[in-house]
Design a protein. Structure first.
Length: 103
């Protein structure tokens, strides 16, 4: 259900989380926990291209914060922001499972 909403809307609005919870017969917080834990779900509209920079220790030891700062500077946006043309969103994320290629 979440993947369908994400695909159709580009993000999962709170109202959709509540509707999915009701449909599945579970507490809304259970759905909210999933959408906030996994970075593939967006709670607000994002750019066409979402650039995630890992914030976990291995990536930070390999200058992950510098990479994040550089992307934000080049695109002229703050972390978590989206460019005015709607193309790029830059955000921190948890482990992306590519530690050998970090950040």
């Amino acid at each position: 259900c979440l993947a369908i909403v994400q695909q159709e809307e580009g993000f999962v609005p709170r109202a959709a989380e509540d509707a999915i919870a009701a449909y599945l017969g579970m507490a809304p917080i259970a759905v909210y926990e999933v959408t906030t834990f996994y970075n593939m779900y967006n709670q607000k509209p994002v750019g066409k291209f979402k650039l995630n920079v890992c914030a976990n220790l291995p990536c930070q030891l390999r200058d992950g914060q510098k990479a994040l700062d550089h992307l934000c500077h080049k695109l002229g946006i703050a972390q978590g922001g989206t460019t005015a043309d709607g193309l790029f969103t830059v955000q921190k994320s948890e482990c992306l499972g590519a530690c050998a290629d970090s950040p």
